[in-house]
Design a protein. Structure first.
Length: 724
């Protein structure tokens, strides 16, 4: 279901690239006119033939499906193991995701992950691992002539993974990075949150991993998960391609026949799916220029007798350019570039209905009303013969493409067997779809679709909606703020004495920096060179910055790929490179705005401290980067950070804070040096940044100008590239 939701969100992405390019009335009329192509009659597709399948079971309980296919000199393999996210122990959320990554990258008892990479890359082969909701997979492919070198690696990964700690650490960084970016894309937010609303936030089919969950996961957890669930009697292995069946049976017996575990396979209880009460929800996202609307409710299992009729129903209603929702919202009303939906079934639990659209804020209510009206109408009268025929033909054509090669057929057979479905289940659904009538569609529409019982979610800016969302009912606002990880340092309780001394220290260092210059400071222009440490090595960047206090910054850097401009302008920020421009999400803008407080040796912080806008708490004497220092905890907004002063408070040595990075929340330390006086202001000409103890960048300035003025063109937002 998650993969299908992701695919739907990509389809919905069409709405994001050209919401402003609404179709004209002439275009809508042209699309509504009958077309000659619609009158074409297509012959019945040829019958899909299932290739001969050899089924075997090794003495250890491993089920094997073998299919010879000599069209190409290669072979593919896929093992399905009964485990998945539903098998995660209590308190170990995210374990399945971490396991799926490190199972392969962490190497085996015989080879490191890097050695496996080198071998497979040299052969043009592949071994990969994943963990889905209900199962884990180990799959791959190789040329037929290389199978004897690749299959042992596959067997080692399946049975004896090493879970190298460095690969675990890297995977956890990637997980934290994904958490940090999860609110950047409006469509991903909508599909994620509708899942929570339909299934419940704590359901394994909808819950989300947080930073604290990632921190709790250990190598021991991965080892225990593998030991408990990766066993031959819980695995189905499919192999297909250019080989001799008898020889392949013998190879697999040698490689996997000795795979054994004690006891019986643990039983994994399927989560109970409880229908959630319908809701009307709203998520504020002010950095988008559109509203993403999504509506949903629980759907069906794929083996439900009503599924064939529901599949036809959902295709007529929301799938494709001829669907009712698309035609109404896009073609007739010109409200959105894309709109639609689908009933997405699941194999072993109820799936989900989803309907979506993306539109201008000023047409939000109109678009939602149009979607709901189409859902109501399909419950009131039979669909037309033309609609019925088009939906059934679309399904049958799709069925052909889903079974147009041996690999797709074999994987379908393996998955069907994994879930306990008959081998011909797919053909049974196809036959049932062919028999669906207009009366069947009307019956299931009345049975399963109720616009008044749908859960509806709108993501965007409600202050720009054409009508209040409350027009449709009582609105619940959802907070998608990402919970910060717990600080590693225990908070020190503030006292009147520590607060008073903290303020005194900041005022003292402000005096040393230059009180008069700080009071009159309006803008700072700097030139210099930044050396950035990247995965490709050190990279030297020339940099010109213009900082206009309090909340505007223009940075232009020359990189090996060309000039890059970063701009913060109040509540907006963007990056420009070449002809491309990318608006930054709210989370990135907030992080960049916080960074302004450390520009030019904390000039803005000191300016606001003199104005009494900063709360400061003296924490005492400490060591900072090997130097004696006074530690002052300051709070600007909702995030504190440490500022380190020389013992006499004559200079700022640096700052430390927890900040969002590409790797998620990290400890960022910036140290200042090379102070020079410019127009009465002491400014550090050298700056070094460390992230989690590793130097990421160092900057040396060649010139600093105070109150030199600036051009407003620096903050003029370039037009977005034209949409093809």
């Amino acid at each position: 279901m998650r993969r299908t939701l992701s695919a739907l969100s990509l389809l919905a992405g069409l709405a994001a690239v050209a919401v402003a390019a609404q179709p004209s009335a002439q275009e809508s009329a042209a699309k509504s006119a009958p077309r000659t192509i619609d009158k074409l009659v297509y012959p019945r597709l040829h019958e899909i033939k299932t290739p001969p399948v050899t089924r075997e079971m090794l003495p250890n309980g491993l089920k094997i499906l073998l299919v010879e296919d000599h069209d190409l000199p290669q072979a593919k393999f896929a093992a399905f193991v009964r485990c998945g996210a539903i098998a995660e122990p209590v308190g170990k959320m995210g374990l399945a995701e971490l396991f799926g990554e490190v199972h392969r990258t962490g190497g085996t008892s015989a080879m490191t992950g890097d050695a496996v990479d080198a071998l497979l890359d040299g052969l043009g082969a592949d071994v990969r691992t994943t963990v889905e909701g209900e199962y884990g997979t180990v799959g791959g492919n190789a040329l037929a002539e290389d199978l004897d070198r690749v299959l042992p690696v596959f067997a080692e990964v399946l049975t004896a993974p090493a879970f190298a700690q460095d690969k675990i650490d890297l995977a956890k960084v990637q997980m934290r990075s994904a958490i940090a970016r999860r609110n950047d894309d409006v469509m991903r937010i909508a599909f994620r949150e509708i899942g929570k609303l339909v299934y419940g936030a704590h359901s394994p089919y909808a819950r989300q991993v947080e930073y604290q969950d990632v921190e709790r996961l250990t190598r021991e957890d991965l080892v225990a998960f593998h030991k408990a669930y990766y066993r031959p009697d819980a695995t189905i292995l499919a192999v297909w391609g250019d080989f001799n069946t008898a020889e392949m049976k013998a190879k697999l017996a040698r490689l996997l026949g000795g795979w054994s575990v004690a006891g019986t396979a643990p039983k994994i209880a399927l989560p109970v799916v409880v229908a959630q009460p319908p809701a009307l929800a709203y998520i504020e996202k002010r950095d988008v220029e559109q509203t993403f609307i999504i509506a949903g409710q629980l759907g069906l299992r794929i083996d439900d007798p009503d599924y064939p009729a529901v599949r036809v129903l959902s295709d007529i209603l929301g799938s494709g350019w001829a669907s009712r929702i698309f035609v109404k919202v896009r073609s007739e009303k010109g409200l959105a570039y894309s709109a639609g939906g689908q009933m997405i079934p699941a194999w072993d639990h109820p799936g989900v209905f989803v309907f979506f659209s993306s539109t201008k804020p000023s047409t939000t209510a109109e678009t939602l009303a149009a979607m709901l009206e189409e859902i109501r109408k399909i419950r009131e009268a039979p669909v037309t013969d033309e609609e019925l025929g088009r939906a059934k033909d679309g399904y049958l054509n799709g069925y052909a493409f889903e079974n147009d090669d041996t690999g797709k057929i074999v994987v379908r057979l393996a998955v069907s067997e994994f879930y306990g479905y008959p081998a011909d289940f797919n053909a049974r659904v196809r036959d049932a779809v062919e028999k669906v009538t207009a009366d069947d569609v009307l019956r299931v529409a009345k049975k399963y679709l109720n616009p008044d019982a749908l859960t509806i979610l709108a993501v965007g800016r409600q202050d720009q909606f054409d009508k209040p969302l409350s027009t449709f009912g009582k609105v619940t606002t959802i907070d998608i703020t990402i919970p910060e990880p717990k600080p590693k340092e225990a908070a020190v309780e503030a006292t009147p004495e520590s607060l008073a001394r903290g303020s005194q220290l900041l005022l003292k260092v402000a005096d040393a920096v230059g009180v008069a210059a700080l009071k009159n400071l309006k803008d700072i222009t700097t030139d210099g060179v930044t050396t950035a440490n990247t995965p490709m090595g050190a990279m030297e960047l020339t940099r010109k910055g213009t900082f206009v206090l309090p909340d505007r910054l223009h940075n232009e850097m020359t990189t090996p790929m060309g000039a890059m401009v970063q701009v913060v302008d109040g509540e907006k920020a963007w990056i420009k490179m070449g002809q491309g421009r990318q608006d930054l999400p709210e989370s990135a803008v907030a992080e960049m705005r916080r960074g302004l407080y450390t520009e030019a040796g904390c000039a803005l912080l000191l300016q606001e401290a003199m104005a009494g806008k900063v709360q400061a708490q003296a924490l005492g004497k400490v060591q900072f980067e090997g130097k004696n220092a006074e530690d002052v905890l300051v709070r600007v907004g909702d995030k504190p950070f440490h500022i380190y002063l020389t013992p006499d408070a004559g200079e700022i040595l640096g700052v430390k804070q927890t900040a969002q990075t590409q790797e998620g929340p990290a400890e960022v330390v910036e140290s200042f040096a090379g102070y020079q006086v410019v127009s009465g202001l002491r400014v550090p000409f050298e700056r070094t940044q460390k992230v989690n103890g590793e130097v990421k960048a160092s900057t040396k300035l060649s010139s600093v100008k105070i109150n030199a003025g600036f051009s407003e063109d620096l903050f003029k937002k370039p037009a977005a590239p034209a949409t093809p």
